[in-house]
Design a protein around this ligand. Structure first.
Ligand code: CFM
Length: 546
């Protein structure tokens, strides 16, 4: 056994046999030989006792998908901690505009029923109903979301009945999400629960189609640090009419009108692929996997989009925008590239960024030696062609699969949306990734590691053995590596920075990465593997494990 295989084997040596066997299935090393991705185990339960970096279903529903809808007032039904710790930490930005005044934007506020012991014993539904009445009287929201936390499911509060009664009392839509934290194995379950409810009850209820050419939605873009705004800027300059960025800076009305678009772009496949697929089934709207993280990646996505519409004017304007934007940023990027070139990086993020950011890091000349997802599914690693082979288990069966049928009035065959003949549409599918995502594997290079649900111990092992120059991760794994002398960039909320998407975002990112790499403080930390008297692991606890 040599090189990377030996490293991988060594990182599992401290596990009991049964754990070793399990965790090995969650790791794949890319090889020249294997063109298609070997099967990886993903979206399965974390072994009890292992310190996972994952979140919960409530986080995926409230924090990720429905929370950012700016003028929907979202109530956390549960103890105060769940509401408090999911309050404003994700940096999904929103701003007032002509249709949404400032006082209708609720992202800065935290609404929770603050369940106490008596509510757990006697039920929290009355308190929830009262709270809806109070927030409606105080804020006059256009619609309300109720997101459940663990105890709500355990005591059996009927939030659907409470929502229905409140909807009748107040004449506004009140949506209940049974997204108890324990449902499913990670926040991924919450994405699915949110997608289902929005699809069934909100999308398709609006009638206001935007005027303008080439009307598009960006699905799975949450406007972290302003990413969505940068993408919107570029797309508008190319000549698109942006109907909705879902759900970053989206309004309730935008979501109601989501079906009135010609093309859905899918930025984060993991969190929103259900809606993209269901909109294709119900309305016939095609979707295109796009990635606006990275200079080359952004230009490629723009070119692929332009191809979809088969409009020479659009293609020409796309080239003008690409040429102008890249000319502006290339000289600046080159300066940062001198610092970043050849540096090794790990990327551990949730369910899509670890793929997207590989493009931007390679623009800077960096190597991504390890990439991992917290909660992705096999299709995010291996490509959507594996979906029919994914076995459902007790956890995935917990979340209903909606089986939609084409809408009697609104369904049109996909090629009509793009004003293409059926034949041209079929040919187009071979040129651009329409209704398809190839996953992360094809983008990795030989010898690079892909790891699912990478835990605290494995992060330590990988850092100590492969010694990257920089880690891109979440808040928990960030400090593991920093204590080992390896700088980290927090890639969920970007700490306080961003946007990182699009052309201007690439400059911000390059600036922040170059600064991190050149910060002298990291040279002053002696990593544990260089302290001879203090081995990285004793297996006995002690100061290294404090
Ligand atoms: Fe999609 Fe996201 Fe991500 Fe995600 Fe998330 Fe996020 Fe993420 Mo944090 S929706 S899967 S559940 S791209 S909050 S904006 S950064 S883990 S990689």
């Amino acid at each position: 056994m040599d090189g990377i295989d030996a490293t991988v084997d060594e990182m599992f040596t401290q596990y009991p046999e049964i754990v070793k066997k399990n965790r090995k299935k969650h790791l794949v090393v890319k090889t020249e030989a294997a063109e298609t991705c070997p099967q990886i185990e993903a979206n399965t339960r974390t072994i009890p006792g292992i310190i996972s970096q994952r979140g919960c279903a409530y986080a995926g529903c409230k924090g990720v998908v429905v929370g950012p809808i700016k003028d929907m007032l979202t109530i956390t039904h549960g103890p105060v901690g769940c509401g408090y710790y999911s309050w404003g930490t994700r940096r999904n930005k929103a701003r007032a505009d002509a249709s949404t005044p400032k006082d209708k934007i609720y992202g800065q506020l935290c609404f929770t029923t603050d369940m106490q012991e008596p509510d757990i014993v006697f039920g929290g539904d009355k308190k929830l109903a009262k709270m809806i009445d109070e927030v409606v009287a105080m804020f006059h929201p256009r619609a309300v979301n109720i997101c459940s936390t663990c105890p709500v499911g355990l005591i059996g509060d009927d939030i659907v009945a409470v929502a229905k009664a409140a909807q009748e009392r107040h004449g506004i839509q009140v949506l209940a999400y049974a997204c108890e934290g324990y449902k499913g194995v990670s926040q991924s379950a919450g994405h699915h629960i949110a997608n289902n409810n929005i699809m069934q009850n909100v999308i398709g209820t609006g009638t206001e189609k935007k005027t303008g050419k080439h009307v598009i939605n960006i699905l799975g873009e949450y406007n972290i640090g302003g990413d969505g705004w940068e993408q919107e800027r570029i797309l508008k300059e190319c000549g698109y009419t942006v109907n909705c960025v879902m759900t970053g800076d989206a309004s309730y009305l935008d979501i109601k009108n989501l079906h009135l678009a010609d093309l859905n772009l899918v930025q984060c496949h993991r969190s929103i692929n259900y809606i993209a697929e269901m909109m294709e089934t119900r309305y016939g709207i095609p979707w295109l996997k796009a990635n606006f993280v990275g200079v080359e990646a952004t230009s490629q996505s723009l070119r692929q989009m332009a191809k979809c519409f088969d409009d020479p004017e659009l293609e020409q304007q796309t080239e003008v925008v690409i040429a102008r934007e890249t000319a502006q940023i290339t000289p600046i990027l080159e300066q940062y590239r001198k610092i970043c070139e050849g540096k090794k990086a790990f990327v551990f993020v949730g369910g899509s960024r670890s793929h997207h950011y590989q493009y931007l890091l390679r623009d800077l000349g960096m190597e991504v030696v390890v990439a991992g997802y917290e909660f992705a599914h096999r299709d995010d690693y291996e490509g959507r062609q594996v979906i029919p082979t994914i076995k459902s288990d007790a956890d995935s069966k917990n979340i209903p699969e909606l089986h939609l049928t084409p809408d009697e009035k609104l369904y049109r065959e996909s090629h009509n949306y793009l004003h293409l003949s059926k034949e041209r549409f079929e040919a187009l599918k071979k040129e651009v990734p329409l209704n398809y995502y190839e996953g992360m594997y094809p983008n990795m290079k030989s010898g690079e590691i892909m790891v699912d649900d990478c835990n605290h111990h494995e992060v330590e092992e990988l850092v100590a053995r492969i010694k990257p120059d920089l880690i891109f991760s979440g808040v928990r794994d960030k400090y593991i590596s920093e204590k080992m002398g390896v700088p980290a960039k927090q890639m969920h909320s970007y700490d306080y920075a961003g946007p990182y998407a699009g052309y201007n975002g690439a400059i911000n990112f390059a600036h922040d990465v170059a600064h991190t790499l050149t910060t002298p403080a990291w040279k002053m930390i002696v990593p544990p593997w260089e302290k001879k008297e203090e081995p990285v692991h004793t297996g006995q606890g002690g100061e290294n494990h404090a």
